[in-house]
Design a protein around this ligand. Structure first.
Ligand code: SF4
Length: 473
C-alpha cells in the first residue's frame, strides 16, 4: 500500500483499495480495483466514532438509546487516554532525517518526555528537534505522520461543556490531519463553542428536538462564526465551465493553498478579495448575500440537522423541511439527516419506525424543493427502497453507504473499549467490548480480532443490513 500526501490531499493506492481524502473539508472518495468497484472493507479503520463523555445529559430525550439523563453519572475520557487511542488507530510514525542522509523511523509512543504536554503535532517535532540537537546530532528534518488510514473522528459527547478536554482533543486530531466532527443537541450553543467548532471541524450535526428554535439558532451561530473566520475568498472570472470541479466560483479560504494543478487551470483568471468588500462592491441584495454566504459555508463546513425518524415526529420533519426554505437562520444548512430509530435497551418497542410511505413523501418533497436530505448508514435499506422507481435511481444509489461498522469504521466508548457501533454496545455478544486502550497492537488485537471478524462476516453475509436489530418494523 502506497500513501501519497501533501498539505491538501492524502491518496492511498493499492491493488484493491484506493482512496482520496481532502484534508481541509473531509471529503473522501473510495474505490477498489477500479473507481466503480467498492472494496468490502478497509485494512484499517477510516473513521472512528470516539465517545469522550457519557452518562449524564441535561435533556433526557425520551428516545435516547444511551439512556443518558440529568441524574446519570458523568464519565469522561482523559486527554492522555484519547492520545493513546488516537495514535494506536492512526499508527503515528516519527521519521528523523539527519544531515548526513541517515533516516531513523519509529512508532510514536508514550515514552517520549513530551507525551504529557504535547497539544499538537508541532510540539512533538519541536521537542525531538531540541533534544537531538542538544545531544549533538545534526537534524535536517523531523516528520511526524500517520501510517494508518484514519481520516475522520466523530466525537461522541454528552454536551460540549462536560469533558474539559473536548476541544483540546479535536485540536490534537486536527494537527495530525484527522478531521473532527460531532453532534450537539443545539440547546445551549454559545458563540465561543460555535467559533471553536467552525474553526476545527469539517462538520457539525445539530439534533432537532422539541425546541427546534434553539437548534435553528445554533445553525445561525455556526454559520456566522464560519463566515467571520473565512473572509478571504478567491473569485474565478471565466467563461469556462469548471462546474464538474466546483461552481463558477472557487472560494479561497484563510490558509488554503490552491494546488499548482488547479492554479494552472484557472489561467490567472482570478482575484482575491475580502468577502465583505466583495458584497459591498457588487451591491449584492440581502437575498443574493444570503445565497453567496450559504454556498460558501456548505462548500467547506457541513452543518446538518439530525432527526430520529420515528412515526410520531413525521410532522416535525416536514415542518423542518419547510422552514429550511424560508428561515434565514438556516442558509448555511447542508442537509437534514434522518437517523433510524434503534429499538435498544428500555427504548425497545416504545416508538414506531417512520413508515415507508412517509420516507417516500419526505424524499419527494426534498427533491422537488432542492432541500439537502441524508440518511445514516443504518437507513440505507429504506433509502434504496424509496428510490428504486426513480429514473436516476442508479446515481442516487451511489450516495448511500450501507452499514460500515467494522468494515470501514470503529466505535470506541469513553472507557476505551470497542464494539462494532455505539448501538451494538451492551447488546448480544457485545456486553463486553475489546479494550483499545490496553491493546498491544491495534490491528491484530482489535481490528482483526476474531470477534470483530465474526461480526464483519455476519454483516457482509447479511448484505450489509443490520445484524443486531430489526430496523424494518
Ligand atoms: S450494526 Fe446496525 S445499528 Fe450498528 S451501525 Fe450497523 S446498521 Fe446501524
Amino acid at each position: 500500500m502506497k500513501i501519497l500526501e501533501n498539505k491538501v490531499r492524502r491518496i492511498v493506492k493499492s491493488e484493491n483499495y484506493n482512496t482520496i481524502f481532502d484534508k481541509k473539508t473531509g471529503v473522501f472518495v473510495r474505490g477498489g480495483k477500479t473507481v466503480k468497484d467498492d472494496p468490502k472493507c478497509s485494512p484499517m479503520p477510516e473513521i472512528a466514532d470516539i465517545e469522550i463523555s457519557s452518562g449524564k445529559c441535561h435533556n433526557s430525550c425520551k428516545f435516547c438509546y444511551k439512556q443518558n439523563s440529568s441524574e446519570g453519572k458523568l464519565h469522561n475520557m482523559t486527554f492522555e487516554e484519547f492520545k493513546t487511542i488516537f495514535h494506536k488507530l492512526a499508527l503515528t510514525t516519527v521519521k528523523v532525517i539527519y544531515e548526513d542522509g541517515t533516516v531513523k523511523e519509529g512508532e510514536y509512543n508514550t515514552s517520549f518526555d513530551c507525551w504529557d504536554y504535547a497539544l499538537m503535532k508541532s510540539d512533538i517535532q519541536n521537542y525531538l528537534n531540541e533534544k537531538l540537537t542538544k545531544m549533538g546530532f545534526k537534524v535536517k528534518n523531523i516528520l511526524v505522520y500517520n501510517k494508518g488510514l484514519l481520516s475522520q473522528i466523530a466525537f461522541g459527547i454528552t454536551s460540549p461543556y462536560d469533558n474539559p478536554d473536548f476541544f483540546k482533543m479535536m485540536e490534537y486530531a486536527r494537527s495530525f490531519d484527522v478531521i473532527p466532527n460531532y453532534t450537539i443537541n443545539g440547546q445551549d450553543m454559545t458563540d465561543k463553542v460555535a467559533e471553536r467548532t467552525a474553526n476545527l471541524c469539517g462538520a457539525c450535526a445539530i439534533s432537532i428536538l422539541s425546541n427546534k428554535e434553539k437548534s435553528y439558532d445554533a445553525v445561525e451561530k455556526l454559520s456566522k462564526q464560519f463566515i467571520d473566520l473565512n473572509q478571504k475568498i478567491r473569485i474565478v472570472q471565466t467563461d469556462k465551465d469548471y462546474s464538474w470541479l466546483t461552481t463558477q466560483y472557487w472560494f479561497k479560504f484563510k490558509d488554503d493553498i490552491l494546488s499548482t494543478e488547479l492554479e494552472g487551470m484557472f489561467e490567472g483568471d482570478y482575484f482575491d478579495i475580502v468577502l465583505k468588500d466583495y458584497i459591498e462592491q457588487n451591491n449584492l441584495t440581502e437575498d443574493e448575500t444570503d445565497e453567496l454566504l450559504g454556498n460558501i459555508i456548505k462548500k467547506r463546513f457541513k452543518i446538518n440537522f439530525h432527526i430520529v425518524a420515528m412515526e410520531d415526529i413525521f410532522d416535525l420533519i416536514m415542518q423542518t423541511m419547510k422552514d429550511v426554505k424560508t428561515d434565514k437562520r438556516l442558509k448555511g444548512l447542508t442537509a437534514i439527516v434522518l437517523l433510524k430509530y434503534k429499538p435498544k435497551g428500555t427504548n425497545a418497542g416504545k416508538f414506531k419506525q417512520l413508515s415507508k410511505e412517509h420516507y417516500q413523501e419526505i424524499f419527494d418533497y426534498a427533491e422537488e424543493n432542492k432541500i439537502g436530505i441524508g440518511f445514516d448508514s443504518c437507513s440505507a435499506p429504506v433509502f434504496m427502497e424509496s428510490i428504486k422507481n426513480k429514473e436516476n435511481s442508479e446515481s442516487l444509489e451511489m450516495l448511500a453507504e450501507p452499514c460500515e461498522s467494522t468494515l470501514f469504521s470503529i466505535y470506541i466508548n469513553s472507557y476505551g473499549e470497542t464494539s462494532p457501533c455505539s448501538f451494538c454496545e451492551n447488546e448480544g455478544e457485545w456486553t463486553e467490548g475489546i479494550s483499545v486502550l490496553k491493546c498491544h497492537d491495534f490491528i491484530s488485537d482489535v481490528w482483526n480480532n476474531e470477534r470483530i471478524k465474526n461480526f464483519r462476516e455476519k454483516l457482509l453475509n447479511n448484505d450489509r443490513h443490520c445484524p443486531m436489530f430489526n430496523l424494518e418494523d
